[in-house]
Design a protein around this ligand. Structure first.
Ligand SMILES: O=C1O[C@H](COP(=O)(O)O)[C@@H](O)[C@H](O)[C@H]1O
Length: 214
């Protein structure tokens, strides 16, 4: 509830200042209650664009789709008027669809006003997975690509993900995690020699607000 209220404030401020707001959210299981709360926040959702920080390469008819989660829980109630920019396009692989996705995400106002990252128990965030085939590229702060395909042993499907450089540009960056196990992973990531992907966010973020709940 606190994170939802905080995000809503940031979106309202962006709308007052620029006439629009852009938010990139994570998928997975953690954001469900956040999305339900956020979808009931009073603000001019018709001026808000919602996208994802990463996506599993499946259509939104698939239960694993992050877009499906956003559509079913966030783009409801007061937030039903928001515009959604999904990262999946109809192509057999993320490599085949990347040009279309790049054109789509390039049309959004950047930097984003709000980015909400999650974190998996393996220390991945967005689709920056340990052992990912393009992990180095995705975390390289000199890489100007907006999005990249990603494949990793622990990822299940092929993925598409915004790069770290793009996500760190956000006006407000949040990390949203739940449970004692993830708190332990976060503690590990805070060690100076940590190789966990989330450690790159902790090291390089100008500002990061961490929201944790049991
Ligand atoms: O696969 C993904 O996992 C992470 C973490 O998800 P959770 O189920 O542990 O909350 C998520 O942040 C990311 O967006 C998603 O694609």
């Amino acid at each position: 509830m606190a994170l939802s209220a905080d995000i809503a404030d940031k979106l309202r401020t962006a709308i007052e200042t620029r006439g629009e707001a852009v938010i990139a959210v994570s998928g997975g299981s953690t954001p469900k209650r956040l999305f339900e709360a956020l979808s009931n926040e009073a603000l001019d959702w018709s001026r808000v664009t919602v996208t994802l920080v990463d996506e599993r390469w499946v259509p939104d008819t698939d239960e694993r789709s992050n877009a499906r989660l956003v559509e079913s829980l966030l783009l409801q109630h007061k937030a039903a008027d928001a515009e959604f920019m999904p990262l999946y396009v109809e192509a057999a692989t993320p490599e085949a669809g990347i040009a279309e996705v790049r054109a789509r995400v390039g049309s959004m106002t950047q930097p984003f006003d709000v980015v909400v990252l999650g974190m998996g128990p393996d220390g991945h965030t967005a689709s920056f997975f340990p052992g990912g085939d393009r992990l180095g590229e995705a975390l390289d702060l000199s890489n100007t690509a907006l999005v990249l395909p990603m494949r990793a042993p622990g990822a299940g499907e092929p993925r598409i993900t915004f790069t770290l450089r793009e996500l760190l540009k956000a006006q407000t960056l949040y990390l949203h995690i739940q449970g004692d196990d993830k708190r332990v992973v976060l503690d590990q990531a805070e060690q100076p020699d940590s190789q966990l992907p989330i450690a790159s966010v902790l090291r390089h973020a100008r500002q990061l607000d961490i929201y944790w709940c049991p």
